[in-house]
Design a protein around this ligand. Structure first.
Ligand SMILES: *[C@@H]1O[C@H](CO)[C@@H](O)[C@H](O)[C@H]1NC(C)=O
Ligand SMILES: *[C@@H]1O[C@H](CO)[C@@H](O)[C@H](O)[C@H]1NC(C)=O
Length: 480
């Protein structure tokens, strides 16, 4: 009972806190928000001018609830903002799939009972949910590159399967899609009224949760979701590096990074003690419990307001959760300092960034294809891209996270193009390594596209510290 009350309180708090959270991520505040649903203007007034009431950014439960990204919390967004004489040319969207069922079970406990069917009158609601289901059930195999055509187009199990997208996950991306539609289609007319298939570029990994997330986003985004105009490509690699995945030095960075992670964990005696206690509760060896990655399952309990599992030896509880989550936060902090992950990220993210600037370059040349690109991906996709761009302070990608590259043309100087980078609706352009000190050096209000090109073609490799100037050399450096 005590647990439940505290839980309720936490969830209520989270709704308020999540509202102001985005501005915490980077140290600037952003203009007025639009409350869409949920949070009343009264609570907004109370909380907006008083950042003092926010917990320290490292509060583990607060962080975890941001990660859940529970819908119905008002959303603020800076996508599509530019001076009037700029025209939006193309948009490149990277998403993490929405809320999913855990990938691991806590051994010897009942797994959380979450219903993965889509039900219009069950929370979280979305006005388009019912239409989404009916449209998806008419889906056409011709819209997918093999083996995507064997995947279900929406979640549909009364007890979720492992890793399955939930209703929450679908709603998160319907909301993302609708938000982007209001900005990019209604306001900026990115696509012409008679848009065609080749104006979209769609790519997803081969998991049902990424495909379904991509479909939900598109369903919210497109004014008419016509199966004949949809073609999803399949990306076999979570790094989206198809064709350029072989990179031995990247793997060496990753091994060193994993070694760092392991050593940090060994140093944390409280963490070891907690795993020991939990192992005793579920009656398995500590090693087995740890290998079952219990935080993944515990986050699902937290995000879905389902109490943590119990056995006759006791219950997994919030204190256990806090210790493990706090360790995760510390791990991320050390990861930034030691820079091994940065090395991994620069090489890991190069192919997809290179592909993206290629697509942008074609758009600057006036080509009207691939105006909207969507990559439906994972935390292990977004995280290296963020890190490679120099956004190491950014939070770990939450469910349904979105990272967006916007390409703009200056109507007064049509040969000049600019980029904006947005993470979960926050403009992070001037936090990237390629535009960090732009304001100091240039009077231009926007970040020049050339900066991004120069970064991807050259400076990424300079940042690795060796003498390599291209991807192939950097990947095969001797004696690293
Ligand atoms: C959480 O669950 C309890 C019952 O277990 C319920 O009374 C409460 O309304 C739920 N809270 C939210 C925010 O859904
Ligand atoms: C980068 O993109 C160009 C085309 O835009 C391509 O020719 C080149 O092979 C790519 N390089 C890598 C390492 O992916």
């Amino acid at each position: 009972m005590l647990f439940r009350n505290r839980f309720l309180l936490l969830l209520a708090l989270a709704a308020l806190l999540a509202f102001v959270s985005l501005s915490l991520q980077f140290f600037h505040l952003i203009p007025v928000s639009t409350a869409k649903n949920g949070v009343s203007s009264k609570s907004r007034k109370r909380i907006m001018p008083d950042p003092v009431t926010e917990p320290p950014v490292t509060d583990p439960v607060y962080e975890a609830l941001l990660y859940c990204n529970i819908p119905s919390v008002a959303e603020r967004s800076m996508e599509g903002h530019a001076p009037h004489h700029f025209k939006l040319v193309s948009v490149h969207v990277f998403i993490r799939h929405g809320d999913r069922y855990p990938l691991y079970v806590i051994p010897k406990t009942k797994r959380p009972e979450i219903d993965c069917t889509l039900v219009a009158n069950r929370k979280p609601y979305h006005p388009k949910l019912e239409a989404f289901v009916s449209h998806m059930s008419k889906g056409s195999g011709a819209s997918f590159e093999s083996p995507l055509n064997s995947l279900p187009l929406y979640p549909n199990h009364p007890l979720c399967e492992m890793g399955e997208l939930t209703q929450t996950g679908v709603v998160q991306h319907l909301q993302n899609g609708q938000l982007l539609r209001d900005i990019y289609l209604k306001k900026h007319k990115l696509l012409p009224n008679d848009w065609s298939a080749d104006q979209l570029y769609l790519e997803t990994t081969g998991k049902s949760r990424t495909l379904q997330s991509g479909l939900a986003l598109l369903y919210g985004f497109l004014p008419d979701f016509d199966w004949k105009k949809i073609y999803f490509r399949h990306q076999p690699s979570a790094l989206f590096c198809s064709g350029s995945c072989y990179c031995p030095v990247r793997n060496q960075y990753l091994e060193k990074e994993q070694r760092r992670q392991y050593l940090l964990r060994l140093k944390n005696s409280q963490l070891e003690k907690t795993y020991g206690e939990m192992a005793k509760i579920v009656d398995v060896p500590t090693k087995q419990l740890r290998a079952a990655n219990p935080i993944d399952s515990m986050l699902c309990h937290l995000c879905h307001n389902v109490s943590f599992p119990c056995t006759r030896n006791g219950c997994v509880n919030m204190e256990h959760f806090k210790v493990i989550k706090t360790h995760q936060i510390e791990d991320e902090r050390e990861r930034r300092e030691k820079k091994l992950y940065l090395g991994y990220s620069l090489l890991g993210a190069h192919p997809i960034l290179n592909q993206t600037i290629g697509r942008m370059q074609r758009a600057t040349e006036g080509r009207r294809e691939e105006l909207f690109a969507l990559y439906s991906a994972h935390d292990v996709t977004l995280s290296p891209v963020l890190s490679a761009l120099g956004l190491s302070e950014a939070r770990f990608p939450r469910f349904a996270a979105r990272l967006i590259f916007e390409l703009w043309q200056d109507r007064e100087k049509p040969n000049e193009h600019s980029v904006r980078i947005l993470y979960n609706g926050v403009d992070v352009t001037f936090h990237t390594s390629f535009c960090q000190d732009h304001h100091k050096r240039s009077p231009k209000p926007m970040c020049p596209f050339e900066n991004l090109v120069r970064f991807v073609k050259r400076d990424m490799f300079v940042a690795l510290g060796g003498s390599s100037t291209n991807y192939y050399d950097a990947c095969h450096r001797e004696g690293f």
